[in-house]
Design a protein around this ligand. Structure first.
Ligand SMILES: [Mg+2]
Length: 264
């Protein structure tokens, strides 16, 4: 299907679905959550896996680059790490109060009629906590997360038999496509990680690099912050009925994004 046909003026939005990464996409990378997470992962590598403290920064970075996460790297290297234990260790102690409610984002999401789905490498508990802190959990119909991509892993006694599946692997994306029943060519995928953007693009998604002003090679759009979608991706609100409908949606949008007096 040629998506250009759908994006011509006066026709329906080219997007049936918006698929969002969570961490560093729906909240910014400078909240301190990412830093705290990195520290917790490094502590886990020392305390639970016996890595020397002097090596954990590099080990963590290499695992992340090669496997998508330290959990995936550990299991691929033969460490029999229980994912639930790992997640409760690295996420359980995160300072979630650093994530502030985002009323603007909530209002924007509520004007979007298309399906909205989360696609994160994080576990479900973390995803729910972060979405609750942002005040946007009810804006999404589905959360595709670690557990969705790795349904059998907790019961596995052979870490090498059940390698962790995460973005950017093609398998992770195929699981997401099936779980959500989406058509990549009609889905807008928001993501801060350039590798994940590239993988999404390779599968036909329309891609949005979040957290950068400049597009990466595989990004169709770049947004410094996710709420910039209003200005930079107006096609989301495109309506086939008439230009008047678009105008009314834009009017609606002006209302929701106007500064409102919030109880002090
Ligand atoms: Mg992310």
């Amino acid at each position: 299907m040629d998506s250009y046909v759908h994006s011509t003026f006066g026709s329906a939005s080219p997007f049936d679905c918006l698929l969002f990464d969570l961490d560093d996409t729906l909240y910014p990378s400078n909240t301190g959550i990412g830093k705290a997470l990195k520290q917790n992962v490094q502590d886990f590598l020392v305390e639970k896996c016996g890595f020397p403290e002097s090596e954990v920064v590099n080990v963590n970075r290499d695992f992340f680059r090669t496997y998508g996460s330290s959990l995936a790297g550990l299991r691929a290297s033969g460490y029999d790490i229980n994912p639930d234990e790992y997640h409760s260790y690295v996420h359980g102690r995160l300072p979630y109060d650093l994530i502030k409610p985002n009323i603007l984002l909530r209002n924007i999401l509520r004007t979007i009629k298309q399906r909205k789905i989360i696609f994160t490498n994080s576990d479900r508990v973390h995803a729910m906590n972060a979405l609750d802190r942002l005040g946007i959990r009810d804006c999404f119909e589905q959360i595709i997360c670690f557990e969705t991509m790795n349904p059998e892993i907790s019961t596995s006694r052979r870490p090498d038999e059940f390698p962790v599946v995460l973005k950017p692997s093609m398998r992770a994306f195929r699981i997401a496509i099936d779980a959500a029943g989406i058509e990549p060519q009609r889905t807008l995928f928001f993501e801060d990680n350039v590798k994940n953007v590239a993988a999404g693009k390779a599968l036909g998604f329309r891609t949005v690099l979040v957290g950068q002003a400049i597009k990466s090679k595989d990004a169709d759009y770049a947004l410094e912050t996710v709420t910039n979608m209003v200005q930079l991706i107006p096609e989301i609100w495109q309506n086939e009925e008439s230009d008047k409908m678009i105008a009314s949606t834009r009017g609606e949008m002006d209302l929701v994004i106007a500064p409102t007096a919030v109880g002090a």
